[in-house]
Ligand binder design. Structure first.
Ligand code: C2E
Ligand code: MG
Ligand code: MG
Length: 249
């Protein structure tokens, strides 16, 4: 079904908190069924995860994003970093970093445009030396983000062990921030830790202006959520969020 293009890559912008301009995006996969229904990843990724075919999707998305970025750069559009989600079974693949590097080389995309999102779960994955893997990713020029931070244990210890470039604060914390002063205190603390460790902090799942204002006052750097845009097809992303930086060739 991958070959028949049943999987589509959508992009959701990340917005700079200071001036509300789009500064990057996250790639999110969707499945287009034969009856033309768009299916969200929560409904098919768990099955693919069980059968370990999820890696095919991860690499497909990564390749698709590299190709899109290359196209946009060639057309004189602005280039911006894009984050791609990787499951534990992808990270466990032998020569994971080499595969990513080779895809970037094929499309002529600098790894600096690509951010690899992993979740807190990687810490527990048996047989995966996540510290070593992230060091290798950094050497190859990729940025690494920890996704869904705060869903499990908000493992601050992990931040001292591993050099993440980005921390994505989970929506569950954002949902609470405007109503629960304790959540705000915790987010302020995480934000301070991130700033002191040189980690960029992204808040995801922002739906209201009130949440956004609270997060700005906590010092969050980047914002992602339906308040700014839902994940959208790449064509729509291009018209809504990309600007021409030079004349088309
Ligand atoms: P995630 O990486 O944490 O992505 C953010 C999810 O939050 C996306 O759900 C996005 O649509 C949703 N979201 C963003 N802003 C808002 C908001 O304001 N309100 C609400 N209600 N939701 C918001 P989506 O696209 O359904 O993806 C779910 C999860 O599936 C992702 O969570 C990620 O863990 C996984 N996923 C998506 N694409 C891939 C992929 O290519 N590979 C792998 N391994 N996982 C993927
Ligand atoms: Mg993500
Ligand atoms: Mg997330």
């Amino acid at each position: 079904e991958l070959e028949e293009n049943h999987f589509e890559v959508f992009l959701q912008p990340k917005i700079s908190s200071s001036d509300r301009t789009p500064v990057g995006a996250e790639a999110l996969v969707r499945y287009r069924s034969k009856s033309d229904t768009l299916v969200l990843p929560g409904n098919f990724l768990p099955l693919l995860e069980e059968t370990e075919t999820i890696s095919l999707i991860d690499f497909y998305v990564f390749r698709f994003v590299c190709a899109k970025l290359k196209g946009w750069i060639d057309q004189g559009m602005q280039a911006f970093p894009v984050s791609v989600n990787f499951s534990v079974s992808s990270l466990m693949q032998p020569s994971f970093v080499e595969q990513l590097t080779s895809i970037c080389e094929t499309y002529g995309i600098s790894p600096g445009y690509m951010e690899i999102e992993v979740t807190e779960k990687v810490h527990e994955a048996e047989g995966l030396d996540i510290k070593l893997l992230i060091t290798k990713l950094h050497h190859a020029g990729f940025a690494v983000g920890i996704d869904d931070f705060g869903t499990e244990y908000a493992n601050l210890g992990l931040l001292s062990e591993i050099d993440f470039d980005v921390l994505k604060l989970d929506k569950s914390m954002i949902d609470n921030i405007a109503v629960n002063p304790k959540t705000k205190t915790i987010v302020e603390l995480i934000s301070e830790v991130c700033h002191n460790l040189g980690i960029n902090m992204v808040a995801e799942g922002i739906e209201t202006e009130e949440q956004f204002q609270e997060l700005c006052s906590c010092g969050v750097d980047l914002a992602q959520g339906f308040l700014f845009s839902r994940p959208i097809p790449t064509d729509e992303y291009e018209t809504r969020f990309l600007t021409q930086t030079r004349d088309k060739q």
